[in-house]
Design a binder for this molecule. Structure first.
Ligand SMILES: Cc1cc2nc3c(=O)[nH]c(=O)nc-3n(C[C@H](O)[C@H](O)[C@H](O)COP(=O)(O)OP(=O)(O)OC[C@H]3O[C@@H](n4cnc5c(N)ncnc54)[C@H](O)[C@@H]3O)c2cc1C
Length: 340
């Protein structure tokens, strides 16, 4: 039987570095391990939390249940045709290592998602995205265990119901499935996306004359390293809030009051996406610090733990930010990070 430990600190397992205890903790590196743990839990009936790299969670108290860290490994090519290669990666593979594997093999489509922390298994959870690319653009299918009965189920693209930092696994199927592997459909003939963020500028500074998968990955890495805090040095979970998507007429009304308010096309022509970072900066939170909880000076969308902040400190700061943005702009920010 797998060694299920009790009263384990989760500090090394969450990128905020918050020190809470899990009542039970276990690491599972094979399907057999997972099946055994689920059998154990049929008897012990613990609330179950599946953890990948812990880079999108905030623990606000001890976890009274079983934390299962998924460490399943393996990458394989399952098929290819003239245009695409289908690569299946096990959920416990580190996301950035997987991106680098694809870059090295000239499989194109996820180079813009370089350096996002965490594991493959969580990538469809919130349809991870950066620099104009989201997982949904390259997703083929996934296999997941249905936790209540241990059945393996395959999900197609349509069944995942991807949205902006959303999927069915964060909504109606929350806590119902343990993602085992994800298959990505990557291009053999590149179709690069470079018009987002500062990619073009970074490529120019790097003296790049011809676009390639490697140069784009390197540009993204360079940009991210220059503005995002390294979780190994300063605890954080990346963007704490989603960028709000508001109705176009509301956006136009706000524009009259705040002519500088930025806006980008939302899901359809009636909606506009407003950068949460701008709203947070305008309400005076950028660089704010209370104890060890703070709003990162270079990117106010990122809340940080400078050392000994608790999950409650960080959560309280996020609530204050939500309140003041709502008061000033009438927009309610939504947390992107999963709160436990
Ligand atoms: C510095 C920094 C930068 C970031 N930048 C970005 C960015 O640009 N874009 C972006 O989208 N995100 C970003 N993030 C957020 C985060 O890296 C991603 O959301 C990532 O996919 C989380 O992976 P994880 O393995 O750490 O998930 P975890 O934090 O371990 O888990 C996140 C959620 O998924 C669930 N989960 C995890 N694995 C599984 C599984 N196998 N089966 C079922 N449920 C599972 C967990 O229960 C939890 O609810 C950033 C984070 C940091 C710290």
């Amino acid at each position: 039987m797998k060694n299920i430990a009790s009263h384990i600190s989760l500090q090394p397992f969450n990128s905020f570095g918050v020190d809470v205890l899990a009542r039970y903790f276990v690491s599972a590196g094979s399907l057999e391990d997972i099946q055994e743990i689920l059998e154990w839990n049929k008897i012990h009936q613990q609330r179950l939390l599946v953890l990948g790299g812990g880079s999108n969670v905030l623990f606000t108290h001890d976890y009274d249940g079983l934390v299962l860290q998924n460490t399943l490994k393996g990458i394989s090519k399952i098929k290819e045709d003239d245009n695409y290669v289908y690569i299946k990666a096990m959920a416990g593979e580190n996301w950035h290592s997987f991106v680098q594997y694809c870059v090295a093999n000239q499989y194109q489509g996820i180079e813009n998602l370089s350096l996002i922390p965490g594991n493959v298994g969580a990538s469809p959870m919130q349809n991870i995205g950066a620099y104009g690319v989201e997982i949904k653009d390259v997703f083929d299918s996934l296999d997941a265990l249905h936790l209540p009965d241990g059945e393996m189920v395959s999900f197609t693209h349509a069944q995942c119901k991807f949205g902006y930092r959303e999927s069915i696994f964060k909504q109606s199927l929350r806590n119902q499935f343990l993602i085992i592997s994800v298959t990505y459909k990557l291009r053999k003939q590149p179709k690069f996306t470079v018009s987002y963020g500062n990619i073009e500028q970074a490529l120019e500074q790097m003296g790049v004359k011809e676009l390639s998968i490697e140069t784009i990955a390197n540009a993204v890495i360079q940009i991210r390293q220059s503005k995002l805090p390294d979780p190994n040095k300063i605890g954080n979970a990346g963007s704490f809030f989603k960028n709000p998507v508001i109705h176009q007429t509301f956006y136009e009304a706000l524009q009259k009051l705040y002519p500088g308010i930025p806006g980008f096309p939302g899901n359809d022509k009636f909606m506009t996406k407003v950068p949460a970072a701008w709203l947070i900066e305008q309400t005076g939170w950028k660089g704010y610090r209370k104890g060890d909880a703070g709003c990162y000076p270079l990117q106010p969308l990122v809340l940080v733990n400078y050392g000994k902040a608790t999950g409650t400190d960080i959560y309280a700061l996020s609530s204050e930010i939500i309140e003041s943005v709502q008061e000033k702009f009438g927009i309610i920010l939504e947390r992107e990070v999963n709160i436990y």
